[in-house]
Design a protein around this ligand. Sequence first.
Ligand SMILES: [Zn+2]
Length: 274
Amino acid sequence: MPELAEVEFSRQQWNPGLGEKIISIHLHSQKRIFRGTSTALLARTIQGRYLRSSHAHGKQMLFRFGSNAWLGLHLGMTGRLSTATTSHSPRSHEHLVLRTARHSLIFQDPRLFGRVRFDLSPQPPSWWSKLPPPLHSPKFSKQKLQTICSRRSRAPLKALLLMQQFFPGIGNWMADEILWQTQLSPRTQAGLLSQKSISNLHAYIRKICRVALRTIGQGKSTPPRSWLFRHRWKAGRHCPRCHHSLERAPIGGRTTCWCPVCQPPTPLPRATPR
Ligand SMILES: [Zn+2]
């Protein structure tokens, strides 16, 4: 499933259409990706408008047409954005195609877990403005992480990092990478972290987001060779730090990869003697 950096890369795929006027629209209005959205309003409004800007935030994207028309896209599991020539003939899984004089801006989604939203308002729609602060912005503070950990104190760290209401854009591989680099077990409960561990976790969340956006987000290269990312899918799977075999098991509903040596379980605090 696309995470923060893959979504940023997807957003850029429609860049050739920036500043261009939409002259026609092709869409499959019955598909569930349009649930809750008036496709008639979308088609009627966007036609004749210019694509003015695009934004990515966590796993969400927002495209502005003219001054007040907002197209929201979520890639789900198999969504993809691309650009083709204006004469392109849409294929069966290309559910939204916006044509300019020079380009076709394509949203395809074979498995239909994605979502298309449309809003008309002078300001960005409320579902967008209510998103939590981006993890690489100063608004995602250590204090904020501390509050999240105490509110969800029983949650294993892996499950916690996948909660989009707190960590927008973090998915399976990024959560594993963050915990491996911070040397915290994915099963450790959030409430057991010391101040020092919270500081470390905060620093690594921000670092991994920044580097992922700079590498995968630009489509130019993969993350550094020292990252777990480069080793987790290899046959034999060894930890790039200590060379012990990596473990794999479902945690927080997702297949998790970690090193049992670098990420030992955090011992539960001893009960206070009576
Ligand atoms: Zn290791």
